[in-house]
Design a protein around this ligand. Sequence first.
Ligand code: NAD
Ligand code: MG
Length: 398
Amino acid sequence: MTHQEKEPSKAVCILGSTGTIGVNTLDVISRHKDAFHVFALTAHQNVEKLAEQCLIFNPAVVVMVDHNAAEKLQQQLGKHGCSTEVLSGEQALEDVACHDEVDYVMAAIVGAAGLLPNLAAARAGKRVMLANKESLVMSGKIFMDAIRDNGAELLPIDSEHNAIFQSMPSDLSDIRAKGVTKVLLTASGGPFRTRDINTLVEVTPEQAVAHPNWVMGQKISVDSATMMNKGLEVIEACWLFDIDEEMIQVVIHPQSTIHSMVSYNDGSVLAQLGNPDMRTPIAYALGYPKRIDSGVTQLDLFDVAQLDFEAPDFERYRCLQLAYDAHRIGGYATIALNAANELAVDAFLHKRIKFTDIPLIIENALEGAPTGTPVTINDILEQDLTSRISAKSYISGL
Ligand code: NAD
Ligand code: MG
């Protein structure tokens, strides 16, 4: 191709387009209308937002998982003469993720619901832009094998993992031999970093979702407050970069300016910095290996003025310890960890349990997890269901 010829526009499927990652992805795409077009969008049940996105981006197909919501969407689109095909149900998520016409899949569904569509995208050899860390925590080996065996490309969207990816050697095979000694995974510490630990029991959902630096969905915001988010990210990093948890050091960095770092054997530490805005990692993954405009304002170091670092307090952040424990046990434990956490966070958001009950529910799930390693995706789904049932009954007894 000569330098005058344009690359063909990439067809993008956004799984979870109505969430914060989905909306930010559409924002970046709208800045590069020649380079990308939206082939498919998906959502759980938000009719208004998906309808609005259809009218602006005119996708060929959308999936609304909830059947009633899909009917309402169809009616709304009909009124506007919009020709987008509306599908519903979970199977349709997989169908669009592996559709022949799709080049790139943004995996931005929250929680375990993302597992099967993400896997379908990996098996179809797509560029998978992975925001949904829960699916990797559940299915690590199976998912990474699917990426490798099908020639798929995996680009991390989680800001820390995207920063690590940018700071790693370009060839990720055997990074220890290339001098990597440690991954420094930064964490803001969430809204309760300095709060009296004895008052955590009184924390309300409204306080927990008010993250100091990032605007995110409710579940990941609560995960940031408990630091389960960082625990899930430790596990995510182990799978993405083929390292064990001993190579990862969690560093609390309240300004969220350094998004993570990689240490090398010669004493160098490479970092990626920027304003806390998810459009940076999203643009990186869409444009890779090129850099493209994201709409994010340039970092002003004089504005930031100061960068602080602290060690995490494992008593304050018990969920972080539990995630390390689960990963060390391996196998079914991380599936139980994720399932119990999803139920606990949901129960907390609905004011059925206290903030401090969250780690108790997860601890109980880890105790109940069988030993051994899942071999098939069905093994994973069965354990996910079993852990959800037992977490539910534990919650009702609290
Ligand atoms: P969100 O709650 O804002 O959006 C979630 C999306 O998933 C919505 O589009 C929703 O319709 C869809 N969804 C929810 N339940 C579903 C189901 N059962 N079936 C199908 N679709 C469903 O969440 P978010 O903040 O955008 O986060 C999405 C994912 O990205 C999470 O895994 C999160 O951990 C990860 N992530 C988010 C951020 C961030 O800044 N928001 C940063 C890093 C990683
Ligand atoms: Mg993150």
